[in-house]
Design a protein around this ligand. Structure first.
Ligand code: ZN
Ligand code: ZN
Length: 417
């Protein structure tokens, strides 16, 4: 086998890995957008044989539903199959419909964890890992007795940590390990989601109304906040996009007694300008089923924890002006998303500033979706690879010092397995 990182040995996000079998069969792992891209700069990354020209790839495997791993799949040539874990794909479909005006209508082959996928002389087995995007995969790729493990994005501080470590033990030693190194430059250890939940309870005690800004795909965080809210006797209110993600995963969520959803007025008015830019049937698919579960305006006076989105700013301000006693906003994402020195952060900054004008205090509570140094070392010890390479990192040198058998490579350089 031969492996090369087409892009991503020296950047976080937008990593693309190519694997070539002994007989020349080629597959790609992950095809997403760069995180650093300015909104005015095209996020496209055309690859010959993948997006144009004669197809040379037999499959594209996606590790998880984050945009930097899946975001460019609509550009892939239609005769190249795309493989995504079934729940991850449902999550991607809903979040894509909410965030963009163009629905994804391509063909995708969904798989279940540990289903073996055979393409010519390659055998690809997906295993569940632990990451901030729900149901993330790592891939074991086997060819002629050689084994490569692509870990995708991972950590061990979430609710799937145990499954992740059990799977690593099941996989055992490999010839080449492809690891991410997002947090390699940091010395601190990540809080677990359980610790975060306890910290959330302390914050919830101080305020009557709590608004939460978090990623919709982070269902571990949702669980932490939901449990913390209920233990602090506060209602837990979902925003409409998160509610739809839960519904897509399992319809029973809609029937739960205590489910409460907030549908902003912008979404309720089918004739509003908002709908000019939405896919056909957006209202019928995503709004209609929740109309009866929508919280009443008068009710927003009570004690609650509510998920919000920056796109719902005007509706939130409208509500806050009338109903608010002692409220705070919990920012629960990577701080880079509100860093004025980074591109595409204007919406988050405006959101936080507007709420500050209404005297809403800002609290920060987050734990990383990426492995800390201790976890990287532990994973390395379990897998004990003959060779290792790093992606999704800005510090290859640090990784090379941490891990034995580490090979420092540049983008597009081949590693023989
Ligand atoms: Zn990533
Ligand atoms: Zn990710």
């Amino acid at each position: 086998m031969k492996v090369r990182v087409i892009k991503g040995t020296n950047q976080i996000g937008g990593c693309i890995t190519e694997i070539t079998s002994d007989s020349g069969t080629k597959i790609i792992i992950d095809y997403g957008e760069d995180l650093n891209d300015d909104i005015n700069v095209s996020t496209k990354y055309p690859i010959k044989g993948l997006t144009f020209g004669k197809s040379k790839y037999k499959g594209v495997f996606i590790t998880h539903s984050h945009g930097d791993h899946i975001g460019l799949i609509s550009d892939i040539k239609k005769d190249i199959p795309i493989y995504v874990e079934e729940t991850s794909y449902k999550i991607f479909k809903v979040s894509n419909s909410f965030s963009s005006s163009i629905p994804f209508n391509g063909d995708v082959n969904t798989f279940k964890f540990e289903d073996k996928i055979i393409i010519d002389d390659l055998v690809i087995t997906p295993y569940r890992t632990d990451h901030s995007a729900y149901n993330s995969s790592m891939f074991l790729i086997e060819n002629n007795g050689k084994r490569v493990l692509h870990l995708g994005d991972y950590r061990k501080n979430g609710y799937s940590a145990e499954i992740f470590y059990d799977n690593l033990k099941k996989i055992g030693c490999v010839d080449l390990l492809i690891t991410e190194g997002t947090n390699v430059t940091k010395d601190s250890e990540n809080d677990t989601e359980i610790v975060l939940k306890e910290k959330a309870k302390e914050i919830f005690k101080k305020y009557k109304q709590v608004f939460i800004l978090q990623a919709s795909t982070n269902l571990d965080r949702l669980k932490s906040f939901k449990e913390a809210a209920l233990e602090e006797n506060k209602k837990f209110i979902l925003d409409i996009s998160t509610a739809n993600i839960l519904k897509a995963i399992d319809d029973k969520y809609l029937n739960e007694d205590n489910i409460t959803v907030w549908v902003p007025n912008t979404y309720l008015n089918k004739n509003s300008k908002f709908y000019e830019y939405k896919e056909e049937n957006f209202y019928e698919t995503y709004i209609e089923p929740f109309k009866n579960l929508n919280i009443k305006n008068e009710y927003t006076h009570g004690e609650y924890v509510m998920l919000v989105k920056t796109s719902m700013l005007n509706d939130i301000i409208h509500n806050l002006k009338r109903y608010r006693d002692n409220a705070c906003l919990v920012y629960s994402m990577w701080p880079g998303y509100k860093d004025p020195n980074r591109p595409n952060t204007l919406k988050a900054i405006e959101f936080i500033d507007k709420l500050k004008e209404l005297n809403i205090k800002e609290e920060y509570l987050h734990t990383s979706g990426h492995a800390d140094v201790k976890t990287i070392k532990e994973v390395f010890k379990i897998i004990n690879p003959k060779k290792a390479i790093g992606i999704h990192t800005i510090d290859n040198e640090k990784l090379s010092k941490l891990l034995k058998n580490y090979v420092t490579i540049k983008d597009k350089e081949y590693v023989e397995v």
